[in-house]
Write a protein that binds this ligand. Structure first.
Ligand code: NAI
Length: 331
């Protein structure tokens, strides 16, 4: 089947091509993001393969459906960038990658937490300059601290398990409580309790209408002074302007983010020779107690291999008219 692959980077191209060796689909690699302007590039493609910052809204889906696309396969777990209602209305199937190394993201969240708390990136930058001073590098023991996990699904529960291993008290909030979380030693609480008692909060829930800005000025104001916030889930979970104010006042003690509300126009590209006009991100990266990475938590050999294999399997299943096991439910 002919499939247009948007937002292709070098690693996508080689790994997807390798995963496709046996299936033999005709993959059309496109570096651009999918938008209403670029949708025409998928003309003649029954399948369209997208990534997290592609825009798969109703207008784009209308163009795709008109051109004969019947399947949108996102190379991600999250699908907040796809208008699933419009896809259902237009008869376009949407699949994602439900299962790929959740360890990749959970481990990266732990890495971000350690890096921001123990100022590892700052220390490394200093030693490169021959500066071995410790002033400004003090962190706190995670052992004995209370870690709040919002969203205790696949990634959140692995993150929780690692934090339990550090000797932390782990509390969780989830719209759907799982017995396994409590069996491993976590304790469910209401969101307000989590926000008020945690020393560290890590976000692992999907972005949807209920969770957009789940961390806003109100929640930030209720946190303990100096709480560290980690977000490896989706940028829209955090009101970035409110987080910036909380950092300025010292209410937020540290912020480590792999995702950012306005990341679509920034991430996955080298902008080092251009003037970045997004003042919010520029202000954020200027704080000594902030770490920003460009949506790389998923980026491990294991996770990428699984993402590519699942995506090709979904395209093959669609071509054969088989059940799409990774189909996003139409509700
Ligand atoms: P999952 O579906 O296993 O877990 C999500 C959990 O959030 C579930 O337990 C669900 O009940 C809970 N949840 C849903 N609505 C909620 C609400 N309103 N309040 C509280 N909890 C709620 O998903 P998984 O695999 O753990 O992924 C979590 C998120 O991580 C994804 O949605 C995606 O946005 C993000 N992600 C980020 C990556 C990165 O590279 N930075 C890579 C992969 C995923």
């Amino acid at each position: 089947m002919r499939a247009a692959v948007f937002s292709t980077r070098r690693y996508d191209q080689s790994l997807l091509a390798r995963a496709n060796e046996a299936a033999g689909h005709e993959l059309v690699f496109i570096q651009d993001r999918l938008t209403v302007e670029t949708a025409a590039l998928a003309a003649g493609c029954r399948a369209v393969c997208v990534f997290v910052n592609d825009n798969v809204d109703a207008a784009v889906l209308e163009v795709l459906a008109r051109q004969g696309t019947g399947l949108v396969a996102t190379r991600s777990t999250g699908y907040n960038h796809v208008d699933c209602e419009a896809a259902a209305r237009l008869g376009v199937e949407v699949v994602r990658v439900t299962d790929y190394s959740p360890h990749s993201v959970a481990e990266f969240a732990v890495g971000l937490l350690l890096a921001v708390n123990r100022k590892i990136a700052r220390a490394s930058a200093r030693t490169r300059e021959g500066n071995f001073e410790l002033d400004g590098l003090m962190g706190f023991d995670l052992h004995g601290k209370t870690v709040g996990v919002i969203g205790t699904g696949k990634i959140g529960s692995i993150f929780a398990r690692i934090m339990l291993g550090f000797g932390c008290t782990v509390i969780g909030y989830d719209a759907f409580r799982r017995p396994e979380f409590e069996q491993m030693g976590g304790r469910y609480v209401e969101l307000a309790t989590l926000v008020e008692t945690a020393d560290v909060i890590s976000l692992h829930c999907p972005l949807n209408d209920d969770t957009r800005h789940i961390i806003d000025a109100g929640t930030l104001g209720k946190m303990k002074k100096g709480t560290v916030l980690v977000n490896t889930s989706r940028g829209g979970l955090v009101d970035t302007e409110a987080a910036t104010q909380a950092l300025k006042s010292g209410q937020l003690g540290g912020l480590a983010i792999d995702v950012y509300e306005q990341e679509a126009s920034l991430f996955f590209q080298d902008l080092s020779s251009t003037i970045i006009t997004d003042d919010v991100i520029q202000r954020l990266v200027s704080f000594p107690n902030v770490i920003v990475t460009g949506h790389q938590a998923f980026f491990t050999v294991e996770a990428i291999g699984q993402i590519m294999a699942t995506t090709i399997a979904s395209i093959s299943a669609f071509e054969r008219g088989e059940e799409l096991v990774n189909r996003i439910p139409r509700d």
